[in-house]
Design a protein around this ligand. Structure first.
Ligand SMILES: Cc1ncc(COP(=O)(O)O)c(C=O)c1O
Length: 396
């Protein structure tokens, strides 16, 4: 996957659609990122933080029992094992180091599932930067555990009460606030979205997932490369990072969207939060609300590079509904002893549905990125189906 072209575009998507007052701030982030990314000292510092603080490399775990049940060979890239419980820490350590290099003293962030907020709170504590996180009221209720974790780490969590009170509104508020404090604060965006250079920069900070997985697959598989590479897509950062490691191979790249937030499957081209991409819209072109049981996928848009990968046919995007996600969590828990995040369970649910069909033929080798762990979702799961937590019946 290449650098974006002129004006920060991937094909016709991306760009920098922000108020004039933010254009110089975005340009400074781009300049600082280009400089840092080509500086071996920055790369060494980041690699060291990823190793000694975030616990990289994360494991590649063969899912033996699930594979036997499905008749395919499933390998899990275990971002749930990264410090703070998801892939979000990879990007945040990169941006926090960059912010410090730029002389910033504070980080601003938006969060939906709370995982990006917890990662930012963690990096702020580690590097001595103040942190303010904007979070929709609905997500504050759904993700109380992560709100408490952020506060323990010394972060201010600001409830956002507008609109759907989820990630879209939290992102709008964080961007609005950035305008008022660009001199001292870096906006630490959590996915491959927003104005250029964020979609590109965040993908580069997340490519560690794909690069590690590529090496691990080479050691694990006789074919070297899996037939399919699958990851869930909210904004699309864990998918973009995973795909980056396999873009130059013959692997089929599959992004799994929540059916209620399926911007690629059901959206039209539009502009939101500083970038052009596929967006869920009503008949008047107004951005529609997304709905997903997974707060990290509850976003009406998708990163611009995914829109482009879809258009050129390099990646395929599929959808999974809430009703398939909860059983997928239980199935992985019971076959592999792993409780995945609701977001990650979308990728598992698609694999379960597609296994043995023309979409995922018998004996295929499938790499699935497990973007995070499910501790944060236990309350939601209990509410969804408390009886499911009981003993499993034979054959289920
Ligand atoms: C565990 C987990 N997976 C996936 C996502 C979706 O984000 P992205 O599509 O940027 O990977 C989130 C977002 O909060 C998350 O917490």
């Amino acid at each position: 996957m290449a650098e974006p072209g002129e004006l920060g575009r991937f094909g016709e998507y991306g760009g920098r659609f922000v108020p004039e007052s933010l254009i110089p701030a975005c340009a400074r982030v781009e300049e600082a990122f280009r400089d840092a990314w080509s500086d071996p000292r920055f790369r060494r510092d980041l690699d060291r933080l990823l190793a000694v603080h975030a616990g990289r490399p994360t494991a590649l775990t063969p899912a033996w029992r699930l594979s036997a049940e499905l008749g395919i060979n499933v390998l899990l890239k275990r971002e749930d094992l990264a410090h703070t419980g998801s892939h979000k820490i990879n990007n945040v350590l990169g941006q926090a180091l960059l912010a410090r290099r730029m002389g910033k003293t504070r980080l601003l962030a938006e969060t939906g599932a709370g995982q990006h907020g917890v990662a930012t709170a963690t990096a702020g504590a580690l590097l001595g930067l103040g942190v303010t996180v904007y979070m929709g009221e609905k997500d504050i209720e759904r993700q109380a555990l992560n709100v408490f974790r952020m506060k323990m780490l010394g972060t201010e969590v600001v409830p956002v009460t507008s609109g759907s009170r989820t990630l879209k509104d939290a992102t709008s508020e964080a961007m609005r606030q950035w305008v008022t404090c660009v001199d001292e604060a870096h906006y630490c965006l959590g996915s491959v979205m927003g104005p250029h250079p964020y979609p590109w920069m965040v993908r580069e900070f997340q490519r560690v997932i794909g690069d590690e997985a590529r090496q691990q697959c080479a050691a694990e598989l006789s074919t070297g490369v899996p037939d399919y590479v699958v990851a869930c897509v909210g904004g699309g950062s864990n998918a973009a990072g995973t795909f980056a490691g396999f873009a130059d191979t013959g692997a089929q790249l599959i992004g799994v969207e929540a059916s209620g937030g399926a911007a690629v499957a059901s959206g039209q081209t539009g502009v939101l939060h500083g970038f052009r991409s596929y967006l869920l819209q009503d008949e008047n072109g107004q951005v529609s609300e997304a709905h997903s049981i997974a707060p990290g996928l509850d976003y009406p848009g998708v990163g611009p590079e995914h829109a482009h990968l879809n258009d050129i046919g390099r990646a395929r995007y599929v959808t999974v509904g809430d009703d398939e996600v909860v059983p997928a969590v239980h199935r992985l828990a019971r076959t592999e002893g792993i409780l995945p995040a609701l977001e990650s369970a979308h990728a598992i649910a698609w694999v379960i549905r597609a296994a043995g069909t023309g979409e995922l033929p018998p004996f295929s080798t499938v790499l699935v990125t497990l973007s995070g762990r499910g501790d944060k979702d236990v309350a939601t799961l209990m509410e969804a189906d408390p009886m499911e937590a009981g003993p499993m019946e034979a054959g289920s």
